[in-house]
Design a protein. Sequence first.
Length: 257
Amino acid sequence: MPARTSPTPEPGPVIVLVEPQLGENIGMVARAMANFGLVDLRLVKPRDGWPSDKARAAASRADHVIDAVRLFDSVEAAVADLTFVLATTARARDSFKPVRGPETAAAELRARIGVGQSAGILFGRERFGLSNEEVGLADEIVTFPVDPAFASLNIAQAVLLMSYAWRMAGTDDPAKPRFAAPEAPAAKKADLHGLFGHLESSLAKTGYFHPPEKREVFVQNLRTMLTKAGFSEPEVRTLRGVVKAFDFAIARGEGAK
């Protein structure tokens, strides 16, 4: 099956992996990028060389990202054409660079790329991340709000978090999901009133309204509860069917045993 590609991807940040060790991790990074519309992946001295069949397999059809990978001999070369660079790290650094969370970092990327700047994000080695010298090449630091007792992230997880933040920073309503369940038509009051009458008639046959002087209170409680539920038209039909099934069972003498 051919890879799913975006014919006109929006401009986005470059993802730079510094000395990645495993082809599988590179592939999972490519997949994470493709999930959120990023396409520019650069590798600095991948340990096992390039190209990588393991990377392509792990990319799960994000072939357009894998096919466009560019290789570099140094971090300096990988970011040379960029005007703004973020360095990801899980630990504090002896640096006076601004430190951002993923959301504010993504908003900054959006602002800069939106006015035509080129930007990228550095991700370090699986074992020990970026060196201080490599962090020094970046303009700002981005870190994730992980548990300090277990701050290590898989490289693909880190890329996924930043790719997601990038995507969300470009939406009008970050809380709005990508799709929603179809809305069923709301029940008309006439349908709801029909349910009231049907249910109350059936309950009366079972002796539910006892003592009789409390019938009005019972009815009001039932109607309030059913009105608050905000039933759709199909739901009212279903409930009428349920009550009708009980009516048939009672008529046949098949009550509770």
